[in-house]
Write a protein of this length. Structure first.
Lengths: 291, 371, 290
């Protein structure tokens, strides 16, 4: 199975949102990283036929998705960043409705809905109106609807925003359990959510693809640029002004800073194993970071 | 406060639905009026005007008898547009004389009735005296060309529906939209987001009401004057069929002033009701639907003539904004023994109700919670 | 300056959302943690007068906020979790409108709006309609509106959800620069955002206050319960099923797991300095994580 993005660009009235992007996706989870406004959502919308590329094309198993049309939509699942729900539908009714949109026949749909409500842990709330759901529950019903047709291609746009850590862990586990034999593309700002489950990371900046690689190879690039240092509380502003400071954590013995820098930022600093969040920060321009 | 008020106005006037309705009504309407004035069969406005210029004057018995003879002698078979218009005008003038006679007969009947009542200080007697004295003041001795003023007065027939629609579309969302957009969270936690903003919305609503009535006023007068000239404002309203039995001694200009005043008053009252509904609705859709039902339901029911609902229909906002029903017949309420004319009583009662609606808004908004 | 919550409860039709909560806030940043549905938003709404407590009361400088009414609303700033916007307003007009709601006079409002648009880095988009804004931009305009009246009490409900890491760092820096002389209460799920700037952490669970303390003291509770271990990729599911696994990171030499456990989970495991995210996870029941 292969989803191929070929020289795709998207021009809006006043902005080139996606600029000549090409990559291939095969089975597995892809983490999609990029600042807000970098073009992630636009690209994902093109992948689910909500937008048409201004130029270039997208091929699924070698065929243009524009030509495949319904056949392509039959194999995709999509969870948008802000999910649209009918407030006065119950979870069950909502899923049955989406099932009929996806052309699943009733008997099968009922089974599938039961199954998915179980998977996303909403069985006991199935008769409640989705308007009364919390943010995390809405996100889970969103995942359930995206999975209804057993999609070969699953596109999820910032699914963990607004979820609490418990829900994020549950979501991570859910995703790794369903990602076999599917192409999953997932965008997020909370890099730790995909750090482990992603086969590859795709980094997009100002509409352009700047990296697509295994997490290991990406991390290799910054392997000697991440430092941790435990400093005194009043030293913190000084470090913030001079370096890219990622996490700042309070520890019993002071304040722990995680710093991205080419050279050792302080005599006390020790090198740390880089993670994807470091990578993310590394790709910001220095000027963007300050203040 | 002033800037809040300006923002509330801005919010009302930047609603696309308001402008779309405006465009439909106020571009469609003049076209329709001009189209229909040029299309009425047989009678043309030019020939009618010419006929009146020939026939205006006394409504004395002698003259009407002569006109009646003239009408009888006319050749009905060959009929140019000019002749037809002349004949219709003749008939109109003769029927105006009938209306004048009816008033005189009514006066005589009242006098007789008063003589039959022994108690000259009773409520019934006072009521009769009141009606008689009103009829006395009617001055209906001449006929003149008044097509312009008549058209202007008739406008409220459709104008009321326009006002109602524009009020519902423009004002239904005024509070409910804050809930729909989530702005309630910010408004209700801001210093002026509960009391002053309510006042600002109220004032903005008043300006909006005035604005839509003003626009209609200008279009109405503009088009009718253009089509028919503005002559004839001094004719009595009894010239109009629906006011044949009216006890009010208004000429067309006086009636038009009263009509606009009451239309505005009741439109404001309706606006306050819409605001109240909006403040109680969780969604804009609900608010629009409820307001629309309150406005349109009496209109629909009135065509079914269901007994028992007459008062409901008579005192519906639609009917009151149309104004004319109040002035067709002699209707009084006895308040502390004194007869009070219906339009006066209704204006007072509905002003009080509207003030109550307005004052209710404050505690409603002040107590509002977001959950 | 003191904001006191006194035995506050909030009963909804079918749920006791906040259950007899009491605490005091003084100048400084307070991190407000709790799972979704724990009652954080309800409590915050009561603090900004959007909801009335079913019982108990909230005092600002010793006076009931219900009595202070407009005077209290004059000193608060609120950023709701999902900010309401008028789609066809430009950012500038939107902020001017909020300024007039807050009773700021026009001249001063203009200055303040310019200043805040600069602070949240939206100056160049000030003439764009907010309906066209991205999620992160909406969040930033929300932060700007909350600060318009220089509030003494600033309540922000999950301000960083939807922001990218860069924006989150900018927000954190902004908040620490303005938090002097103000009471700031901030709820979040991304604990690292407040880890450093919070004076105290308030933890709410099922409507009840379970902790309010300085981060240092809270971290004491779990100081010997956090472990890191680098394992082989195929060992991961095994660890996930047995332990509370927080972060899972890919490293050059294998997969690094962060585990919350009373006892050493594995021979290779090393004790780690606990942070607030660990604390957060510690308070979840095992079964809830699934």
């Amino acid at each position: 199975m292969k989803l191929k993005v070929e020289n795709v660009s998207k021009q809006f009235k006043d902005k080139l949102a996606v600029s000549n992007v090409s990559f291939d996706l095969t089975e597995g989870v892809y983490g999609f990283l990029g600042a807000n406004g970098a073009g992630k959502t636009t690209l994902m919308r093109m992948l689910v036929t909500l937008l048409k590329p201004s130029s270039g094309r997208i091929l699924f198993n070698g065929k243009d998705i524009d030509v495949l049309d319904e056949k392509y939509r039959d194999v995709i699942g999509y969870l948008p960043q802000y999910i649209g729900l009918y407030k006065n539908f119950t979870a069950e009714k909502y899923l049955m409705y989406i099932a009929s949109l996806k052309g699943i026949e009733k008997e099968k749909a009922m089974k599938k809905v039961d199954e998915l409500l179980e998977v996303v842990n909403l069985s006991e709330h199935r008769k409640r109106k989705v308007g009364k759901y919390s943010g995390g529950m809405k996100q889970r019903i969103g995942i359930a609807q995206a999975l209804l047709n057993d999609p070969k291609v699953l596109i999820v746009d910032e699914p963990t925003a607004g979820l609490d850590p418990k829900e994020r862990i549950r979501f991570r586990n859910l995703l790794s359990s369903i990602s076999k034999d599917r192409i999953v593309l997932l965008s997020t700002h909370i890099v730790s959510d995909i750090e482990f489950i992603a086969k590859e990371i795709i980094v997009i900046k100002a509409g352009q693809l700047i990296h697509k690689d295994h997490p290991e190879s990406l991390l290799d690039k910054i392997k000697d640029k991440v430092w941790t240092v435990t400093v005194d509380e009043n030293e913190v502003p000084k470090f913030q002004a001079a370096f890219k400071v990622g996490n700042i954590v309070r520890q019993n013995d002071g304040v722990g800073l995680r710093i991205i820098a080419e050279d050792r930022p302080d005599a006390r600093a020790i090198q740390a194993a880089p993670n994807l969040e470091d990578l993310y920060l590394y790709y910001f321009d220095q000027e963007e970071m300050i203040k | 406060m002033r800037s809040l008020f300006k923002f509330e106005l801005y919010k009302i006037f930047t609603q696309k639905s308001v402008w779309i309705t405006f465009l439909i009504i106020f571009i469609g309407l003049p076209l329709l009026m001009m189209f229909s004035s040029s299309q009425s069969i047989g009678v043309t406005k030019e020939h009618t005007k010419a006929a009146y210029e020939k026939l205006e004057g006394d409504l004395s018995k002698e003259r009407i008898t002569k006109l009646q003879e003239e009408l009888n002698e006319m050749d009905v078979s060959s009929s140019t547009s000019e002749e037809f218009s002349y004949r219709v005008t003749l008939m109109k003038i003769i029927s105006e004389y009938d209306a004048k006679e009816r008033i005189n007969e009514k006066k005589i009947a009242l006098e007789q009735e008063m003589q039959n009542i022994s108690n000259a200080s009773g409520a019934k007697y006072e009521q009769l005296t009141l009606e008689h004295s009103m009829l006395e003041k009617i001055n209906f001795n001449e006929t003149t060309y008044s097509e312009g003023p008549l058209g202007i007065i008739a406008f409220l027939g459709v104008g009321t529906i326009f006002t109602g629609i524009l009020l519902i579309i423009g004002l239904s969302t005024i509070f409910s939209n804050e809930a729909t957009t989530g702005m309630n969270q910010i408004l209700l936690s801001s210093k002026h987001g509960r009391k002053k903003v309510t006042s600002a919305k109220l004032f903005a609503a008043v300006v909006y009401v005035t604005f839509i009535i003003g626009i209609q006023f200008i279009i109405n007068i503009g088009i009718n004057t253009m089509l028919y000239t503005s002559q004839g404002w001094s004719s009595p309203i009894h010239k109009l069929d629906i006011f044949r039995d009216s006890p009010y001694a208004f000429n067309l200009l006086e009636y038009f002033s009263v009509q606009m005043m009451l239309h505005t008053l009741f439109a404001l009252g309706f606006a306050m009701l819409i605001l109240l509904i909006s403040s109680l609705s969780k969604t804009s859709v609900k608010s629009i639907i409820i307001s629309s039902i309150l406005f349109i339901l009496p209109l629909i029911l009135s065509s079914f003539r269901i007994s028992g609902l007459e008062d409901f229909i008579r005192y519906s906002y639609y009917n009151m904004m149309k104004v004319d029903e109040f002035f067709r017949f002699f209707e009084v309420f006895h308040i502390f023994g004194t007869p009070v004319l219906e339009p006066i009583a209704a204006s007072i009662v509905f002003t009080i109700i509207s003030i109550v609606f307005t004052l209710l808004l404050y505690p409603i908004i002040n107590r509002k919670q977001v959950s």
